[in-house]
Design a protein around this ligand. Structure first.
Ligand code: PLP
Length: 296
């Protein structure tokens, strides 16, 4: 029997069902989902799942792809089309496909709605009574492995969007203890009151070990620029002489205001400029690039 998936208003053969590679679900995990069991011809807990779907969408500020009534009709048509009696039905909604940018897409980008099902659904009461499970305990690392450059960027998308809406370029994220971790897509640096360059250490999985950050550390060492790795609070950052962010795309960008506090004199600082100069020269050094990329 042919198997269909529902993709943005169309029932398509499952084998060829696809969303765009710039779908934000793929790029940023910028989406939500629900699984509803279809047990012996009935959706189990349908209202509970649709309530949670709507709540998740609301919390993520993703538009409802369609009103609940319409979605319920689609779910039933999906069941009929696939001639299902028992199924695990997956509803996946993302913020849609748009050119890659952490910020929410501008303009009229429609959420992506995908409905699909697994083939192996069986709901046999007697068989269920024989299913005996084991469990192991593991540390709950959700949101705590910032050292891995995963595409699970939901938190960063929300942070970046908040920055934009508060008139800023970047959001500096603050941990449970009140210390800045890093920017939503950049590493964070300050020049403290004593003129010392400061950035957070990369141990404890607290931040992403930025490649740009590493290179700047090496350049600082070579050029005799003193640097200390320690955590700092937003309050300290407000009073910093200079602040900047680093990343592959951003290179070195001065931050001249944080939460409305002017940093230094609100202009490109001396040390930031020096580091930008050093990094720019390093990044555009043809000789070094060739060294690195010559195939062995
Ligand atoms: N921190 C986070 C959370 C990032 O997403 C990025 C880059 O995307 C960085 C830091 C900077 O890393 P890199 O210098 O390797 O681009």
């Amino acid at each position: 029997m042919p198997r269909y998936s529902y993709v943005n208003g169309r029932y398509v053969p499952h084998a060829g069902a696809a969303v765009h590679i710039e779908d934000r679900g793929f790029q940023f995990a910028d989406g939500v989902y629900e699984v509803i069991s279809f047990v012996n011809g009935h959706f189990a807990d349908e209202a509970g799942h649709l309530d949670r779907l709507e709540r998740s969408l609301h919390e993520m500020r993703i538009a409802q792809p369609m009103p609940r009534k319409a979605l319920q009709l689609v779910l039933r048509a999906f069941i009929r089309r696939n001639r299902l009696k028992n199924a695990y039905v997956y509803i996946q909604v993302t913020r849609g496909a748009a050119p890659r940018d952490f910020r929410f897409p501008a303009g009229d980008v429609r959420p992506t709605l995908v409905i699909t099902h697994l083939l192996r659904a069986r709901f046999d009461l007697e068989a269920r009574k024989k299913l005996l499970g084991k469990a192991v305990t593991v540390p709950d690392i959700r949101w705590k492995r910032r050292d891995i450059k995963t595409t699970g960027l939901t938190a960063q998308v929300l942070a970046k969007q908040e920055a934009v809406e508060r008139g800023a370029y970047e959001a500096w994220m603050v941990d449970d203890k009140g210390f800045v971790t890093e920017g939503s897509s950049t590493n964070a640096w300050i020049v403290d009151k004593k003129g010392m360059l400061v950035t957070r250490p990369t141990d404890h999985h607290d931040i992403l070990k930025g490649v740009t950050r590493n290179a700047i550390q090496a350049l600082c060492k070579k050029e005799g620029v003193k640097l200390v790795e320690r955590a700092f609070t937003p309050a300290e950052a407000y009073k910093a002489k200079e602040a900047f962010i680093t990343a592959a795309g951003t290179l070195v960008m001065p931050i001249v205001e944080i939460d409305g506090h002017k940093i230094g004199d609100g202009r490109l600082g001396t040390l930031t400029e020096k580091i930008l100069d050093l990094y720019f020269a390093y990044a555009s050094d043809k000789k070094r690039r060739q060294e690195r990329w010559t195939p062995k």
